[in-house]
Design a binder for this molecule. Structure first.
Ligand code: CAO
Length: 583
C-alpha cells in the first residue's frame, strides 16, 4: 500500500490561510473528494477535499496552523493502487518507503479570484437607482443564496455584505459595490446566482466612478468585470463595471468584506463552515443560537448535534419556541394553535366526571413528532393511492435466501426489498424524490430512505443513506442496527436526517391499508401493510397469490394523481418480478 501526502492545492491568490476545522482524524477512511479540513482567510472559508481515497495515517496540520499551496495536510494510505493518481510517476514510493505527494485538485469553488481583489480606486459619489450585481466569483456557478443580510429600507455602506452564498465547498459574503438605501431586493433565499445577476437596487449615495456620476436616468449596474462603464439613456440598467484591479473605471470591488469573522458573527451570521451550515439547515437548527466550541468560537458539527440533543431532551428551547411560550413540540396534544387558524377552541372536558382516569405526560418524542405530524397534515395537500403488489415469488425468494443464510445469522425482511424497489421507482419518477422550496422543486440525486420505527417512546424515522448503492443484505443489516438504536433511544440526529423518501411498514403487525402522513419536507411516503393470500384472477381462473397492500401518500402540489398511480403500478411490477430492478 502506498503512502500519499495530500497537499493544499492551488487556492488562487490567497497566500496563507488558517486551518479552522479538522474534518478527519487518524484512522478515518476517506473517500476521494471528501473534505479534509476547512481553511479560512478574512475573505472566505473553504473546504479542502482529498484527491484520493485511503486511510488517514498522519495529520500534518493542526487547528490554527497557517497553510498555503503545497502544504502537506495529511498522509494517506491509499485504498488501492487505482486510487493513487501519480503512482506510476513515482514507482519508488509505491513500495511504501516514502509518501507520494499529491496536490488535491483545486476546490471546486475557490472563492479567491474575486475575494482578494484589491481596494478600488477612490470612488466618486452618485445618486439615483443603482443595480448591484454579483461580482466575479471565480469558478463558482449556480451558488445558492443562504442568507440575506440586508432588507428593504436599510442604509448600507460601501462594501457592506448583502448576502451569503454557498457552494458545496465554500461560502462567502457578497458585499455591495455601492452605498445607499436598499430599495429592492432581487434575490431570495434558496435562489441560485451567477456572476452578473442582480442582487439589490439601491438609491442614494453611491460610490461609483466619475463616469457613472453623470445623472443616470436608469439604474446603474455595479458589476465587477472588466467592461468599461457606460451610461445608457434608455430604460435598461446602466452598467458601471470594473476590473478587479483598480482602473479609472473602477467601482469598489466586491468580495472585500470578511466572511464569517472568527470569534463571532459578521452581521449576525454565525461562524461555521459550509458543511456545518448545510447540516444545521437539514436539521432545522437555528445556527445563531448554537454556541461554537471550535477555534475562536467556530460552530462545529458536534455543536449542532449537541444543540439538537438539548432541544430534544428539553434542556434548551429554541428562541422561536420560547417566544411562543410553549414547549418545543408546539403542543401537539392540545391541538396546538387552532385559534391561529381561526378554528374553534379545543374541547375542554372534565373526563373525571364520567369515570376514573389517569393522566400521563406524553413522551418528548411523541410531543415532537406530534407537532411535526400536525404541521404536515395541515400544510400538505396530501392524497393517498392504494394498490396491491403480487409478492408471491419475491416472498419465496426471501424465505429461501433466509434459509440459505441462516447459519450466517442473516435475516432479510420484506422491508429491505421494498427499500430497493422504491429506489428504482424514485429513479423512474424523480418528483417523488424531491422537496418544495418556495416556487422551486429540489430534485435530489441521492436516495436516502427513511423508515418508520415503532419504539417504546414513540415513532422515530431512522434513515438508510445511499440505499441505491447498497445491497439487500447491507440494507437489512443497517435497518436492524438503526431500529435497535431507535428502540434504545440512541439514534443520533444525523441518523434521522436527510431522508428523501420514507416507508412506513406495518407489515409485521397487520392491517390492510392506511393513510401515512408525509414526512416534510419530503413529498411522498409509502405505507405498507401485511401481505396475505388472496384469490387473483389470472384470465382463466382464480389463483392463490400473496398480495402486499401499498398505500402511497403524495403532495399534490408537486405530484399529480396520474404520476402517483404510475409510481404504484411500477413499484408493484418490480415487487412482482424483482429482476426489473436491474433494468
Ligand atoms: N407482510 C407480512 N409479513 C411481514 C411484512 C409484510 N408486509 N413485513 C414484515 N413481515 C413479517 C416479517 O417477515 C417478520 O416475520 P418473522 O418474524 O416471521 O420473520 C415479522 O413480520 C416482523 O417483522 P419486523 O417488523 O420485525 O421487521 P420489518 O423489517 O418488517 O420492520 C421495523 C422493521 C423497524 C420497520 C418495524 O419493526 C416497525 O417498527 N414497524 C412499525 C412502523 C410504524 O410504526 N409505522 C407506523 C407509522 S405511522 O404511525
Amino acid at each position: 500500500m502506498a503512502l500519499i501526502e495530500v497537499q493544499v492545492p492551488d487556492i488562487g491568490d490567497l497566500d496563507e490561510v488558517a486551518v479552522i476545522e479538522l474534518m478527519v482524524k487518524v484512522g478515518d477512511t476517506v473517500k476521494a473528494e471528501q473534505s479534509l479540513i476547512t481553511v479560512e482567510s478574512d475573505k472566505a472559508s473553504m473546504e479542502i477535499p482529498s484527491s484520493t481515497a485511503g486511510v488517514v495515517k498522519e495529520l500534518r496540520v493542526a487547528l490554527g496552523d497557517k497553510v498555503k499551496q503545497g502544504t502537506v495536510v495529511l498522509v494517506l494510505e491509499a485504498a488501492g493502487a487505482d486510487s493513487v493518481p501519480n503512482q506510476a510517476a513515482a514507482p519508488a514510493n509505491s513500495a511504501g518507503a516514502a509518501p507520494v505527494s499529491v496536490a488535491v485538485p483545486t476546490p471546486a469553488a475557490v472563492p479567491v479570484t474575486a475575494a482578494v481583489a484589491p481596494a478600488a480606486a477612490p470612488a466618486a459619489q452618485a445618486t439615483g437607482p443603482i443595480a448591484v450585481r454579483v461580482p466575479d466569483i471565480g469558478d463558482f456557478k449556480d451558488v445558492a443564496v443562504i442568507e440575506l443580510l440586508v432588507k428593504v429600507g436599510d442604509t448600507i455602506k460601501l462594501e457592506q455584505s448583502l448576502m451569503t452564498v454557498e457552494s458545496d465547498k465554500a461560502s462567502m459574503e457578497i458585499p455591495s459595490g455601492a452605498a445607499g438605501v436598499v430599495k429592492e431586493i432581487k434575490v431570495k433565499l434558496g435562489d441560485t446566482v451567477n456572476i452578473g445577476d442582480l442582487v439589490v437596487i439601491l438609491e442614494g449615495v453611491a460610490a461609483v466612478t466619475t463616469a457613472a456620476t453623470a445623472s443616470a436616468p436608469a439604474p446603474i449596474s455595479v458589476l465587477n468585470t472588466a467592461v468599461a462603464p457606460t451610461i445608457s439613456a434608455g430604460a435598461a440598467p446602466v452598467s458601471v463595471a470594473s476590473a478587479p484591479v483598480a482602473t479609472v473605471a473602477t467601482v469598489a470591488p466586491a468580495m472585500a468584506a470578511p466572511a464569517h469573522a472568527p470569534g463571532g458573527t459578521t452581521l449576525g451570521l454565525p461562524h461555521a463552515s459550509p458543511s456545518v451550515r448545510k447540516f444545521a439547515r437539514e436539521l432545522g437548527v437555528p445556527l445563531n443560537e448554537v454556541k461554537g466550541s471550535g477555534l475562536k468560537g467556530r460552530i462545529t458539527e458536534a455543536d449542532v448535534q449537541g444543540f439538537t440533543r438539548s432541544v430534544m431532551s428539553g434542556a434548551v428551547q429554541t428562541l422561536a419556541a420560547a417566544a411562543q411560550n410553549k414547549p418545543a413540540s408546539g403542543g401537539a396534544g392540545s391541538g396546538g394553535d387552532g385559534a391561529a387558524l381561526g378554528l374553534i377552541p379545543w374541547p375542554k372536558v372534565d373526563f373525571a366526571k364520567f369515570g376514573a382516569i389517569e393522566r400521563k405526560e406524553m413522551s418528548r418524542i411523541k410531543k415532537i413528532s406530534g407537532a411535526n405530524l400536525l404541521r404536515n397534515a395541515i400544510m400538505i395537500p396530501a392524497v393517498t393511492n392504494h394498490d396491491d403488489a403480487d409478492i408471491t415469488d419475491l416472498e419465496a425468494f426471501r424465505v429461501l435466501t433466509n434459509k440459505e443464510n441462516e447459519k450466517a445469522g442473516i435475516k432479510v425482511t420484506m422491508l429491505a426489498f421494498l427499500i430497493k424497489a422504491c429506489v428504482a421507482a424514485l429513479k423512474k419518477y424523480p418528483e417523488f424524490n424531491s422537496s418544495l422550496d418556495g416556487d422551486a422543486i429540489i430534485y435530489k440525486q441521492y436516495f436516502h430512505i427513511g423508515f418508520a420505527a415503532d419504539t417504546p417512546n414513540g415513532l422515530m424515522v431512522p434513515v438508510i443513506k445511499d440505499a441505491d448503492k447498497k445491497g439487500i443484505f447491507q440494507i437489512s443489516a443497517e435497518m436492524g442496527e438503526l431500529a435497535k438504536k431507535a428502540r434504545d433511544g440512541k439514534l443520533s440526529p444525523a441518523e434521522m436526517s436527510g431522508a428523501s423518501f420514507t416507508i412506513s411498514s406495518l407489515g409485521g403487525i397487520g392491517g390492510r391499508y392506511f393513510t401515512p402522513i408525509i414526512n416534510a419536507p419530503e413529498v411522498a411516503i409509502l405505507g405498507v401493510c401485511k401481505s396475505q393470500m388472496e384469490p387473483v384472477w389470472d384470465g382463466k381462473a382464480f389463483v392463490p397469490r400473496l398480495m402486499l397492500p401499498l398505500s402511497l401518500t403524495w403532495d399534490h402540489r408537486v405530484i399529480d394523481g396520474a404520476a402517483a398511480a404510475r409510481f404504484n403500478v411500477y413499484l408493484a411490477q418490480i415487487l412482482g418480478d424483482f429482476r426489473r430492478v436491474m433494468l
